[in-house]
Design a protein around this ligand. Sequence first.
Ligand SMILES: [Zn+2]
Ligand SMILES: [Zn+2]
Length: 277
Amino acid sequence: MKLGFHVSISQGFDVTLEKAQKLQCETVQIFVKNPRSWALRTLTEKDIAAFGRLSAVLPVYAHLSYLPNLAKIDSDERNLKGLLHEASLCVELGIKYLVAHPGSHPDKLRGARLTAQAVNAVHDTYDVAVLIENTAGQGNTLGTNIEELARIYEDIEDQGKALFCIDTAHLFQSGYKITERGGWSGFIREFDRLLGIEKIGFFHLNDSKLPAGARADRHWHIGEGEIGLAFFKQLLKDKRFAHLAGVMETPKMGNMDEVNMKVMRSLLPARVPRSPS
Ligand SMILES: [Zn+2]
Ligand SMILES: [Zn+2]
């Protein structure tokens, strides 16, 4: 699996590249704009050139900013506008994948339909695929289990395009017993039955500060949380996902990115050298 981090863009894409390279990232996830503001962003030629230098070296995945709620596109027009704006920035930059949380709605069935409509709007308008992320299960958030993800997927028109991003901390916090014997394989079996294993397109590799089933979201450093190293080792050696990329969204504390990358790399199975042909 190609490993990387979510890396800040606040100092420009050249600094993002510098940071990613220093951390020996093989992939990177970014926000395409300030994630805490509704303000639209205009990319300058300089931005686009700097981004070109970043994406020439590393595969880049975008993560939708914090504000748009995909399950409420009917009650606040900013939600859909914000989503489409970020998808348009992805197109300008040449990013193919946009990770998005499915949003929250008190009526989960209705929310799922609206989220699917939001994803459809992106797919209809832009050459960007939405990676729908599973969530920890806080409040009314959708996508806290495979059934809820499947309910959204049902209403997605271009099912060949939509994919899912599996966040390991969210999975654990939402109640999947992935650290117990057979827990991970059970999850994958169920995911495969309802959605198809090939629909997993990306990973968020986070340990959890909170115990299993906490239904709240708190990421933690790899091996120092409640999930622990054994799970990540199992995931990294799972050949079914070896072709995919995964990023850590662990808290930025001191040199912990360096430490987390070192720990993660130590868990990767040895790469078998290709025999000369
Ligand atoms: Zn996320
Ligand atoms: Zn995540």
